[in-house]
Structure formats: structure tokens, C-alpha cells
Design a protein around this ligand. Structure first.
Ligand code: FAD
Ligand code: SIN
Length: 533
């Protein structure tokens, strides 16, 4: 058993930012599934949206976010996050983050940050480090964390479940007391106790067969919070990124929206532009519209992908602005300065999540959630590009401030150690890998970009069968990382289907052919799932 003042699950932008903010106040444990930098954050390309230029304003960033969110954003939350963004960006720069700068100095001769543009943004406002913004964020934050003696990182440790007073049978308000964590190298379960636990576990792209997300994104935080009794909302709003590289050897490689922001044009395989018929912003329309347009174009033509063409821009500009995309594509035999890039939509971002306030507080005392795992009300029915890194920065800071101002008392309750009982080593691991594949394929086929109630109900009944198999496996065999993740993707898949069935309308990312329009009764209404007591 290990005791800390702050237990943080996850080492992406949310977990690391929070850790740096609370470290002066106590001992911090960061538990992370793989290597410390491995996270969705590490793969972020486009950048961080924030108002930093004279041509831009908070009012415009607010307006663009609300428009993308299709009526479901909480305006108060959007305003807070947009307005506090510049201060958090400034702190990130002070910590050592290096954003790309413009070659030309500003009017007063000072250095100017280069601002990118992405879908749904009416102004250039995306701060970036070329096309590897996330890698640079992780580098800067991890370097700052390494200088803090109060922070200990546990790599290759995967949180299994939250420990709550309710689960232990205590009456009264439900408190989070820490988490059970599987040490993959030591092959043992460690009990972490802490008065404050932060879920910073990121999203759930791996629930789908095709995704831009790395392997860590299995929705563990949402599944753990749901099992612990917290409310989870708006899980139907899964954002599909329109442009993931289509190549048999490429796994999850994103072609940033910034490529379209710099003039890249979507075309059919025959070289025809096709976005004109879908939105006045054409290739730079909001993501839900572009992803659906590509899906429709592929279904109409029977093609396996569409093309993204930026060859009309000078090669020097492309190579300098998108060095990682250029090199990676070249590695697959595609020279993006000379030929179009084959792309397809893929699951990218979870707009819903654990219900929190803008300070990260959940319904369970002592449990906070920040970043992609959380549903604060910022994104509504569709996230505006590059708003997620911003949300994580602002909310991690606010959560830390609130916790430090009102410290949570250490609990007197006794936390039992993990019991393996009569569990034995699993004999047929093929069951785990088969169920993994089945869930991801059925989610792609039945709960994808365009939905129907018939397909959702079919998915629901298959998932119920799979859940009972997984449940039996979980309770009879000694835990492994694959089994833990399988259990979580099954739960998150069920939550996505449940929320999609609750919403009788097409809004933002939830497009259901049985309910093609908006339903005014569902304007400003979240779909909320809570585990039956
Ligand atoms: P993550 O960065 O995903 O970190 C999650 C952490 O939790 C990881 O360390 C993981 O190992 C750990 N973890 C998960 N489960 C467990 C467990 N059970 N036990 C222990 N540890 C666990 N957003 C933007 O705003 N701008 C962009 O340009 C942008 N580009 C993107 C490009 C790609 C390819 C992808 C995939 C996403 C992009 N996004 C972008 C989205 C953005 O990167 C994420 O939403 C954001 O980084 C999430 O940060 P986070 O800290 O919440 O989670
Ligand atoms: C991208 O670079 O296209 C990703 C931006 C985002 O997901 O916000």
C-alpha cells in the first residue's frame, strides 16, 4: 500500500499540468500505463487554440466554439476557458514550451508566434510547434516535472478501479480514497491511497477499429468513474477526424487539419473537389460536416479513401511547416509536395465523458477529472479543433487552485488491499483478443459516423453478450493489461450506444438517419448515464 497527497492517473497534458500545480503542496504520484510520454497529447499536431493576436477576440473564439458545439455547449464554461487561455499559454512558455514563430518580426520589432488555422475557426489562432505540438508539450512538461522532488512517476502501471467509500460498504457521501493499480512489470496489484485522485486518462479512440489515437486510449477513466457511480454524459458525440492517412502499413497516422488550414483541398480519387456542395467553408468546414461528406463521397463512389491535395503550395513551405507529416508520408512512398495524400475519417476525440464542473470536480468527493476524460460543457455536440489542449490546461490549473484553497481531509476509513481470491492464470487468451476485435469492428460498423436505431440496437445486444463473457473472465482469471482494457472498452462502447439511443435527433456528431433533424426538446439537454445502485 502506498500513500500520497495527490494521486494522478495519466501523464498527458492534463495530468502533468495538474501535477506541477499541486506539487508545492504535497507528495504526488503519477500513475501511467506505458512510457511517461505515451499519451494522445504526445501525438497532437495542429496545436492549441487561444486568442493571442490583435485581429482576434474572445468574443470570436466563443462564437466559433458555440457554433461548432451545435447548441449544446455551456456558454459560461466556454467563456471561462477561452478567457483564461492566454494566461495558461504564457505559463507554458515560461516552463520552456517552444511554439513556432513567424519569420517576420511584429510592428514593434518583437518576436511573433505563428498562428495556424483549422476547421470552424474564423481567425488564425492555433499556436503550434510545427506539426509536432504535442511532442513539444510533453517534452516541456516532463522536464518541469523531473525538476520537482515531490513528484514520483509510476510507468507501466495501469489503474484498475477507483476505491470508493460506497464500494467498501460505508454509508454517507461517496468518497474516492485512491485506486487499485496493476504493476505490469512486477505483475502485482498495488493499492494507492490518497485524499485527492485525478482522472487524467484521456479518451477512447481504441473503441473503434480505425482511429487516430495511440493504444493507450481505451476509455479507462470513463469506465472506472462509471463503475464508481459517477455520472457520465454525452458519450454519443465521438468526433471522427476527417483525414487519417490511408495506407496498408500506416497505423493511426493523422494528417493535421492544419494542412487544410494552409490550403489543402479534399478531392475525389478522380481529382474533383467535392466539398462545395456541403458547406460554404468547403474543406475547412467543421469536422462533423467534413467527415460525413467524405463518408458520403466514399459510399457514393465505392472508393476506399479520398485525396487531400496540397501540391499547389511551394515544396519548401510544405516541408518546413509540416516536417513530420512530410517525412512520415515519404516513408510510405508518398511525396506530399508532388502527389495527393490518401485519407479516410477515423475515430479521434471523445467529446463526452465524466461529468465535471470547470474546476474538474465530479459527483464523488475527492475525485476530479480533467482533459479528454471529462465532460465540462466546453465542446457540446462537436469539439472545435484544438480546443482540447486548451481545456486541459485551463481546467487542470483551476482544479489545482480549488483543491489547494480547500484541502480535502485525509479519510480515516480503512482501505483493504486487493484480493485475487481463487483467480487463476487465464488459459485461453484468444478469448480476450477475439472480443477486443469484435467490439472495435462492431462499433465501427454499427455506431460510426452515420447511425440508425436498428444498428444501435444490434450493437447493444451484441455488447451485452460480450459483457457477460468479459465479466466471467475478469472474475475468474488473474488480471492482465489486455483484459483490463477489454473490460473498459466494452463498458465505454455500451455507454456510447446507450447515449446515442437516448438522443432522438441529429445534432453535431450524433447523426442518426431515423431522426435526421434537430429536436428542440433536446437543445441544451445532455444524455446522462449513471450506473444503477
Ligand atoms: P492523454 O494525453 O491521452 O493522456 C492520457 C494518459 O492517461 C496517458 O498517459 C495514458 O497512458 C494514461 N492512462 C490511460 N488509462 C490509464 C490507466 N488505466 N492507468 C494509468 N494510466 C492511464 N487536440 C488539440 O487541442 N490540438 C491538436 O492539435 C490535437 N491533435 C491531436 C492529434 C492526434 C493524433 C490525437 C490522437 C489527438 C489530438 N488532439 C488534439 C486531442 C488531444 O491531443 C487530446 O484530447 C489531449 O491530448 C488529451 O489530453 P489528456 O491529458 O486528457 O489525455
Ligand atoms: C489536427 O491537427 O488536425 C488535430 C487537431 C485537433 O484534434 O484538435
Amino acid at each position: 500500500m502506498k500513500h500520497f497527497d495527490f494521486l494522478i492517473l495519466g501523464s498527458g497534458i492534463a495530468g502533468l499540468s495538474f501535477a506541477l500545480n499541486v506539487a508545492p503542496r504535497g507528495r504526488v504520484a503519477i500513475v501511467t500505463k506505458k512510457d511517461r510520454a505515451e499519451s494522445n497529447t504526445n501525438y497532437a499536431q495542429g496545436g492549441i487554440a487561444s486568442v493571442t493576436s490583435k485581429e482576434d477576440s474572445f468574443a470570436l473564439h466563443l462564437k466559433d466554439t458555440l457554433a461548432a458545439g451545435a447548441g449544446l455547449c455551456q456558454e459560461r464554461v466556454v467563456r471561462t476557458i477561452v478567457e483564461e487561455g492566454p494566461a495558461r499559454i504564457h505559463e507554458l512558455i515560461e516552463l520552456g514550451m517552444k511554439f513556432s514563430e513567424r519569420e517576420a518580426p511584429s510592428e514593434d520589432g518583437g518576436r511573433q508566434l505563428d498562428l495556424g488555422r483549422e476547421g470552424g475557426h474564423s481567425k488564425r489562432r492555433i499556436l503550434h510547434a510545427k506539426d509536432v505540438t504535442g511532442r513539444e508539450i510533453e517534452r516541456a512538461l516532463l522536464a518541469a516535472v523531473a525538476a520537482q522532488p515531490n513528484i514520483e512517476i509510476f510507468e507501466n502501471h495501469i489503474a484498475i478501479d477507483l476505491i470508493t467509500s460506497q464500494k467498501l460498504g460505508y454509508v454517507g457521501e461517496n468518497h474516492c480514497l485512491g485506486a487499485y493499480v496493476f504493476d505490469k512489470n512486477g505483475n502485482r496489484v498495488i493499492t494507492f491511497g490518497a485524499p485527492v485522485t485525478l482522472l487524467a486518462t484521456g479518451g477512447c479512440g481504441k473503441v473503434y477499429l480505425y482511429t487516430t489515437n495511440p493504444d493507450i486510449a481505451t476509455g479507462d477513466g470513463v469506465a472506472m468513474a462509471y463503475r464508481a457511480g459517477a455520472a457520465v454524459a454525452n458519450m454519443e458525440f465521438v468526433q471522427f477526424h476527417p483525414t487519417c492517412l490511408y495506407h496498408p502499413k500506416a497505423k493511426s497516422f493523422l494528417i493535421s487539419e492544419a494542412v487544410r488550414g494552409e490550403g489543402g483541398i479534399l478531392k475525389t480519387l478522380g481529382g474533383q473537389e467535392f466539398m462545395d456542395g456541403f458547406h460554404p467553408l468547403k474543406s475547412l468546414a467543421p469536422r462533423d460536416i467534413v467527415a460525413r461528406a467524405i463518408d458520403s463521397e466514399m459510399k457514393k463512389s465505392g472508393a476506399d479513401c479520398v485525396h487531400l491535395d496540397i501540391t499547389h503550395k511551394p515544396a519548401k513551405f510544405i516541408i518546413n511547416r509540416f516536417p513530420n507529416i512530410y517525412q512520415t508520408c515519404l516513408g510510405y512512398g508518398i511525396d506530399i509536395t508532388k502527389e495527393p495524400i490518401p485519407v479516410v475519417p477515423a475515430a479521434h476525440y471523445q467529446c463526452g465523458g465524466v461529468v465535471t464542473g470547470v474546476n474538474g470536480e465530479t459527483e464523488i468527493a475527492g475525485l476530479y477529472a480533467v482533459g479528454e476524460v471529462a465532460c465540462t460543457g466546453l465542446h457540446g455536440a462537436n469539439r472545435l479543433a484544438s480546443n482540447s489542449l486548451l481545456e486541459a490546461l485551463v481546467c487542470a490549473h483551476r482544479a489545482a487552485e480549488k483543491i489547494v484553497a480547500q484541502p480535502t481531509a485525509k479519510s480515516e476509513l480503512t482501505i483493504p488491499l486487493w484480493q485475487s481470491g481463487s483467480a487463476t492464470n487465464a488459459d485461453e487468451l484468444v478469448v480476450v483478443s477475439h472480443n477486443w476485435d469484435e467490439i472495435r469492428r462492431l462499433m465501427w460498423d454499427y455506431v460510426g459516423i452515420v447511425r440508425t436505431n436498428k444498428r444501435l440496437l444490434r450493437a447493444q445486444s451484441r455488447l451485452a453478450n460480450l459483457q457477460s463473457e468479459i465479466h466471467e473472465y475478469y472474475w475468474n482469471f488473474i488480471v492482465t493489461a489486455d483484459l483490463l482494457e477489454l473490460r473498459n472498452i466494452a463498458t465505454v462502447a455500451e455507454l456510447i450506444v446507450q447515449c446515442a439511443l437516448l438522443r432522438p435527433e441529429s445534432r453535431g456528431l450524433n447523426y442518426n438517419l431515423d431522426f435526421p433533424g434537430l429536436n428542440p426538446e433536446w437543445a441544451q439537454r445532455d444524455t446522462v448515464a449513471r450506473r444503477a445502485a
